[in-house]
Design a protein around this ligand. Structure first.
Ligand code: NAD
Ligand code: MG
Length: 397
């Protein structure tokens, strides 16, 4: 029986994780669930999965949750604040930690799990984008096991030789005859939209992804393809490679989740439904396999598979992220922070869709030369870049 902590259990990945765990009650026990503010949803999850702990970022929400749980006769202990999230991520009884908080807020709890040498199931790509070098050095130092949840990285992981899968940091892809990681992306909802209409795109249109159902922030990132840019940086750190080793390919059907190209001309791909419960089940059971509630692919009904190159004018954010990746840690930290501010402002209808790239580009230009290594410097740069992006918002009005 393996004990699992889910950071961000009320989100899209959190709910998908609970759905896989519910199918395997003999093998996994939920030790702790955490959320920011969604009391009702966390209450319902606590009553169903009976975790030993629940934690909320918000103190008042935690008080409400504790009162409701007591009233329902539950024994779940309720904690609150960022320290509580970190404590639970590092809990001695936790075998696995699902890192599924969205954005930079996930960094500290995820690092807390890494520092205890846990098996970390990493969905929170922003943590690696913000602090890749530091994060990976801590994984090595504390002997943590990092299993990618992001469907592309999970696909690449599955296509790597077994000797390399958990040992990417001691060896290079070239040692195993790997020429390229081919990161696939659907192109999002605006793959065929006229560029002249981009400034009129609404948040409702941007979050309506054609293939995947996800949280709002990542859905907007998918529409701008900043998501693929963040994934490019994530792949650079997860698989110990450089920007030149990674190529982005648009595959609108979202059936091939990514590929690995070998020097002999072979390309290995992982295919499946666009449903996060497949990579989640893979990582939960690794190196074994367990059933997930996902329907198998039916090749008799499969449509054509198509592939194109992402157009720079359509997806400027992708190219900003790729150049930040080449520029270094300061650039990726600043770009991630600016993007979080810009996406939140777009969702709040304060700026236009096309302003996201403008804010990101200005911020990247401003902070590109910054070099950061220590955690405090990374957190300080994150704050500075947020403030800078906030100032840019005013210029968009
Ligand atoms: P979501 O918005 O649906 O859920 C986010 C979760 O994080 C919620 O439980 C929320 O309560 C919690 N949270 C938000 N802000 C917080 C804060 N400040 N402190 C503590 N907790 C906080 O997001 P999601 O779509 O589930 O994505 C989660 C992460 O997984 C993101 O980093 C995303 O990029 C990554 N990811 C998601 C998908 C997907 O299909 N949804 C796929 C790949 C990767
Ligand atoms: Mg992905």
């Amino acid at each position: 029986m393996r004990q699992v902590v889910i950071l961000g259990s009320t989100g899209s990945i959190g709910v998908s994780t609970l759905s896989v765990l519910a199918a395997h009650p003999q093998d996994y026990k939920v030790l702790a669930l955490t959320a920011a503010t969604q009391t009702k949803k966390l209450l319902q999850q606590c009553l169903e999965f009976k975790p030993r702990y629940a934690a909320m970022l918000d103190n008042n929400a935690a008080k409400m949750l504790a009162a409701e749980l007591k009233h329902a006769g539950s024994h779940t202990e309720v904690l609150s604040g960022i320290e509580a999230l970190c404590q639970l991520a590092a809990h001695p009884d936790a075998d696995m930690v699902m890192a599924a908080i969205v954005g930079s807020a996930g960094l500290l709890p995820t690092l807390a799990a890494v520092e205890q040498g846990k098996t970390v199931l990493l969905a929170n790509k922003e943590a690696l984008v913000m602090s890749g070098e530091l994060f990976i050095s801590k994984v090595k130092q504390h002997g943590a096991t990092l299993l990618p949840i992001d469907s592309e990285h999970n696909a690449i992981f599955q296509c790597l030789p077994a000797n390399l899968q958990l040992n990417t940091h001691a060896q290079t892809l070239q040692d195993f005859g790997i020429n390229k990681l081919l990161l696939t992306g659907s192109g999002g909802p605006f793959l065929c939209k006229a560029l002249t209409e981009f400034s009129q795109i609404t948040p409702e249109q941007a979050v309506a992804h054609p293939n995947w159902s996800m949280g709002h922030k990542i859905s907007v990132d998918s529409a701008t393809m900043m998501n693929k840019g963040l994934e490019f940086i994530e792949a650079r750190w997860l698989f110990n490679c450089q920007a030149d080793d990674i190529e982005v390919v648009i595959h609108p059907q979202s059936i091939i989740h990514s590929m690995v190209q070998y020097s002999d001309g072979s390309v290995l791909a992982q295919l499946g439904q666009p449903d996060m419960r497949t990579p989640i089940a893979h990582a939960l059971a690794f190196p074994k396999r367990i059933a997930s509630p996902v329907a198998p692919l039916n090749f008799k009904q499969m449509r054509d598979f198509t592939f194109t190159e992402p157009e720079p004018e359509r997806y400027p954010n992708l190219y900003l992220a790729m150049s930040a990746c080449a520029a270094g840690q300061g650039a990726t930290t600043a770009l991630n922070a600016a993007n979080e501010v810009a996406v939140a402002a777009f969702l709040a209808k304060q700026i236009r869709f096309t302003d996201i790239a403008r804010i990101n580009s200005n911020s990247l230009e401003h902070f590109a030369g910054f070099q950061v290594a220590a955690l405090d410097d990374i957190l300080a740069l994150d704050q500075d870049a947020r403030q800078y992006a906030q100032l840019q918002l005013r210029k968009c009005v």
